[in-house]
Structures are given as C-alpha cells and as structure tokens.
Design a protein around this ligand. Structure first.
Ligand code: C2E
Ligand code: CA
Ligand code: CA
Length: 563
C-alpha cells in the first residue's frame, strides 16, 4: 500500500476538510500524489524527463479533480458555479505557465510541485471550504452526478497531446478538448513531445506542417522509439502532405484516427475527439478484461528466442513467385515463423525486431539458411523434372546486422556442403538495411555477387535509397513494396509509383517483383506495365514446406492444361 500516507503530506490537515465526502477524498488523494511526486523530484537521481512527465500528470490529476468538483457544484445548490469554474481555469493556466517556465529555465521540479501544493491549499481555503452548506440535502443528486464522471485519475492513462508550431493553435485545440470534457498537453516544439514517454494508448494531434521537423518526421521518430499512439493529423493546406503522412502511417501500421484541414470545424472536432477517447477507453478496458494472467501481450522474451534457436523451433513458410508473362514458377520466398510449443505459430513481426535489438539476427539468419537449404534439397528429390527445378530460386531475407565481412564466405560454404549452386539463392535486403553504411555494405554485396548469389532490394519505395545507391549496389532484382501494389488500382499515386519502379528497374537492368498481388486485376495491370514477377495471395499464401510440393505439382498441371 501507499507508504507516504495522508499524514505525511506537508499540507494536509483537518482544517482543510470541506465536509463533502467526494471532495475530501479527492483532496486527500491529491495531497498524497503531490507528496509522492515531491519525494521523487527531490531524489537527485531521478530522470529529468520522468519528472516533467510526472509534473504534467499532477496537473492532469488536478484538472480531473476540478471537473469532479464542478460536477458536484452543478448538482447541488451552489450559487457561485460560474465564478468557481473560472477560478479553476485560472488556477490551471497559472500553474501550467509556472511549469512551462520551470521546464524552460531548467528550474527545480520539486519546487514546482511544492508551489502547486501551496496554490492548492490556498484554493481550498479561499474557495472550497464553504461548499458543504450548499451540497447538504443534495447527496443523492451529487452521488448520481459523480457516476457520470471519471474517478480522480489519469483516465485509463490516455494522454492527449497537441503539437503545433503556432501557440494560438495549440491553445485553441486544448480549449476544444476541454469543451469535450477532456484535457490535453500542448507542445509548440515537436522535439519536446518526442522526449515524452508516449504510450500506445495516447492520442496525438499532430500538425504536419511545422518548420523545424515536420509531422511525418515526428511520426517516424516516435515509431523508431517503438511508440505507436493514435494520431489525428492536421494540415494547413497541402493535401499531398496529408496523403503521404497517411501512407507512411499505413506502411508502419500506425493508427490514424482522422485527419483535419485548417481551419478546423470545431463542433465536428469536439464530437470526434470525444468519440475517439471513449472508443480507446473501451478498447483498453476490454483488453484488460480479456487478458489472461500469463499474458503473451508483451511479446516474446529474449530467453524464449534463445530457446527457439537452440531447440530449432523456427520453420519456414514459402510463398511462390511466378513469371507474369509465362505463368511459370520462378521461385519461392522463404518467410520465417516460430512454431512455439505453447503459443502456436508466431509471425516474424513478433520477433525479428527483438532479435535485431539483441544482436541475434546473424544466428537467426544462419538457422533460416540451414532450413532453406535442407528444404531445397528435399524439394529437388521430390520433384523429378530437373528442367524445371534447376531454375527455381529461393529468396531469403537478411537484415542489416547480417552484413558482416565474413557473411559471403559463411553462406557460400553452407551451399557448397549441400551441393546447391549459389545462383539459385536470392538474398533480399531492404532499403533501410542499406541506409546505415552503404560503403561498408557495398563491399559485402559485391562479394556476395561474386560468389554467385543474386541480390534483391526489398520493400522498394518505402525507404530512402537514392538512385546513386541503387546504381552503385550490385542488385539483380527490385521488389516493389506491397503497399503500392495492393492499392495500385484505386490510388493514382500508388499506380504511378509502381509504374516508375518498373521503368527504373528496366533502366538499371533489374528484374521487378511485385509483391502483395491480391487480385487478377492487379496481375493484369502489372502485365500491362511490364513487371516481370508476381507474388501475393492471389497466386498463393505463404505455406509450410510440406504443402509446397503439392502446390507446385497442381500449379504445373494447370499451367500445362492452359497451354
Ligand atoms: P517481406 O519480406 O516484405 O515479406 C512479405 C510479407 O508480406 C510476408 O509477411 C507475406 O506473408 C506478406 N504477403 C505476401 N503476399 C501478400 C499479399 O498478397 N497481401 C498481403 N497483405 N500480404 C502479403 P510475413 O511472412 O509476416 O513477413 C513479414 C516480414 O518479416 C517480411 O516482410 C520480412 O521483412 C520479415 N521476415 C520474414 N522472414 C524473415 C527472415 O527469415 N529473415 C529476416 N531478416 N526477415 C524476415
Ligand atoms: Ca522479403
Ligand atoms: Ca517486401
């Protein structure tokens, strides 16, 4: 339980008892929070960002309490409702500006918390102490009204942040959010926002057009920090910015609840922010309710990953790639999954990041290579016709971490031992994997090519590679990212990107693969544009190795029939 207790608070005394139970309980809880916060703030080792976050949360708690008090006042015979509300508002403004100044001048946050407490004591003495005589006889009404408002808390820990370089706009948004019965924290500098501990439950109202760093960059920086809050995007005038921000968000699986153009329709906004908040609250509660005691919600642990490697729990699924002109099978992409004894099949998005963060990718890639090579040998044995199978590629994904100087030798040795020619192996690398140090990678890529491996640039269109990079690196294939392919018939820009990628690849003498082909219509359009290879659910989903041969035989039969 709470060690500091009410008694230890510097300020809480019986002389501050208002006589309205709900209010006294709130006051007591707030004093405890102030006290705890001050103890943390006085500790020299406390992290500054944590303290700023703490101070801001205290202010949110105070606001939450004010809303509750206002509900009580409204439900009783209290005569000074409007006046008292104004006092609350001024209180919050004053304290917010003290906090801003404290942060700006790098002042003491312990002192800020102390000042907040002082102000709060004065507020109780000046404005609250007389409340009880107006609530007497209205206990039922007050009780009823309190049911309609959240308890004193950071409600479900959903924080709303407003980020806009124009202070007036920040103020306006905060006011609108206030009207919706919620509170928000405003920033005119995106850099300050990024330093916050943003949780996935949070909502961020993000202005896309800002001078120092723009909204897309903010989203990217948050994403890189592992934050995926819900965004509401706001743009001044440029529809294209909105469009690319949305695309960026989709590619990264970030949630964009809505977008607005300035000037904002206030009424619509108030309504929508209220709805969004309620939805998020419900989601959080549902998730909390449905979570089993031993949850896998936090994902895999490093130990589980190590065990998976040791016990060979990884398996490969294969997704076919077909020649768009002839329909013939060109190869399979190997996609790794973890077959966990208790948790079942786990997809790569649950563990690749973890493996990367813990420098375990080389080991994982080694396992993937071994599996792929074993499977390939088996595949050859099962499918007699040497004419076909000799030209079937296997594509393997590697990440930036795999690109060490010994890698080409290591992989080549593996193949030689199994008598598999390197030119049947396509190594897929994303643009982002190359971004860090192209000059170092170039050496490795060139040596991979010299050993006979083919090289594919994966997820093309999502990263930052320049034409020069593309020209210098010895790629043999370009894979157009599936987000463009999937939408190319509905979205003009996506279509344009696919088209340009194909043209570019032709100029550079690369073969093109379109992944994410989900319909015959998309396949036809790709044929028109001159794309070489297709991969996607329309052709086949990734499947376990055992199903591959079966699929292959059926596919060949159908192809022969059609011919
Ligand atoms: P990726 O390399 O871009 O792989 C394509 C992903 O798109 C696969 O997801 C695949 O199942 C999915 N996909 C294929 N066709 C369609 C389609 O028509 N529609 C849609 N909506 N999706 C389609 P998967 O298997 O979950 O893999 C996700 C990512 O994990 C891969 O993206 C790759 O970056 C990474 N990954 C998978 N296996 C490995 C591996 O062995 N090593 C490394 N380093 N990364 C891997
Ligand atoms: Ca890939
Ligand atoms: Ca891809």
């Amino acid at each position: 339980m709470d060690k500091s207790g009410g008694k230890d608070s510097k300020h809480w005394t019986s002389s501050l008892v208002v006589g309205v139970d709900a209010i006294d309980e709130d006051h007591n809880s707030l004093f405890k929070l102030f006290n705890e916060a001050r103890l943390i703030a006085e500790n020299k080792d406390s992290d500054k960002l944590l303290l700023i976050d703490l101070a801001q949360k205290l202010l949110l708690y105070t606001k939450s309490h004010f809303r509750r008090e206002e509900v009580i006042m409204a439900a009783s015979a209290y005569p000074g409702y409007d006046e008292h509300r104004e006092i609350h508002q001024r209180f919050v403004e004053r304290v917010q500006s003290i906090l801003d100044e404290t942060i700006r001048a790098e002042g003491s946050l312990a002192e800020f918390i102390f000042a907040l407490e002082e102000q709060f004591v004065s507020h109780i003495k000046d404005a609250d102490l007389g409340l009880a005589k107006y609530t007497a006889g209205f206990e039922n009404e007050v009780g009823h009204a309190l049911l309609s408002i959240e308890p004193l808390s950071l409600p479900n820990n959903i924080n709303i942040y407003v980020v806009d370089d124009e202070p007036q706009q920040v103020e306006l948004m905060i006011e609108l959010i206030d009207v919706a019965g919620l509170s928000a924290i405003g920033y005119t500098s995106a850099l300050l926002l990024i330093e916050q501990r943003i949780s996935n439950a949070d909502i961020i109202l993000l202005d896309l057009n800002m001078p120092d760093i723009d909204g897309i960059e903010v989203m990217r920086m948050l994403y890189d920090k592992g934050c995926s809050p819900t965004f509401i995007l706001i743009s001044g005038f440029d529809e294209r910015v909105l469009h690319s921000a949305r695309q960026f968000a989709e590619a990264k699986n970030l949630e964009v609840a809505t977008t607005y153009s300035k000037p904002i329709d206030s009424r619509k906004f108030i309504e929508e922010i209220g709805t969004l908040y309620a939805e998020k609250t419900r989601d959080i509660e549902e998730r909390r309710d449905s979570q089993p005691a031993t949850s896998v919600d936090d994902g895999l642990s490093v130990d589980e990953l190590k065990t998976a490697l040791k016990e060979h729990q990884f398996v490969l699924y294969y997704q076919p790639q077909v020649d768009i002109k002839t329909g013939g099978l060109r190869g399979f992409e190997a996609l790794v999954r973890l077959q966990h004894p208790e948790q079942g099949l786990i997809y790569p998005d649950q563990f690749i990041g973890l493996a990367e963060a813990n420098d375990m990718m080389p080991e994982l890639t080694h396992e993937v290579f071994n599996l792929a090579v074993d499977n390939y040998q088996a595949f050859r044995k099962m499918n007699g016709d040497p004419k076909h199978q000799m030209s079937i590629n296997v594509s393997i994904n590697v990440s930036a971490q795999d690109l060490d100087l010994e890698m080409p030798e290591r992989l080549a040795e593996l193949l030689i031992a199994r008598d598999i020619p390197a030119d049947l192996i396509m190594i897929e690398l994303t643009e982002t994997a190359l971004r860090t140090s192209l000059s170092d990678s170039l050496d490795i890529l060139n040596r991979l090519r010299m050993k006979g491996f083919s090289l594919s640039i994966d997820d093309f269109g999502t990263g930052y590679s320049s034409l020069v990079q593309l020209y210098k690196a010895p790629f043999t294939e370009l894979k157009i990212d599936l987000q463009f392919v999937m939408r190319m018939l509905e979205d003009k820009e996506a279509h344009a990107i696919v088209k340009i990628c194909i043209l570019l690849a032709k100029e550079l003498k690369l073969e093109t693969v379109a992944e994410g082909v989900e319909s015959a219509d998309v396949l036809n359009e790709l044929a028109v544009l001159g794309c070489d290879i297709a991969q996607g659910y329309h052709i086949a989903r990734p499947m376990p190795f055992a199903e591959c041969s079966e699929w292959y035989i059926k596919y060949q039969q159908q192809l022969d029939l059609d011919a």
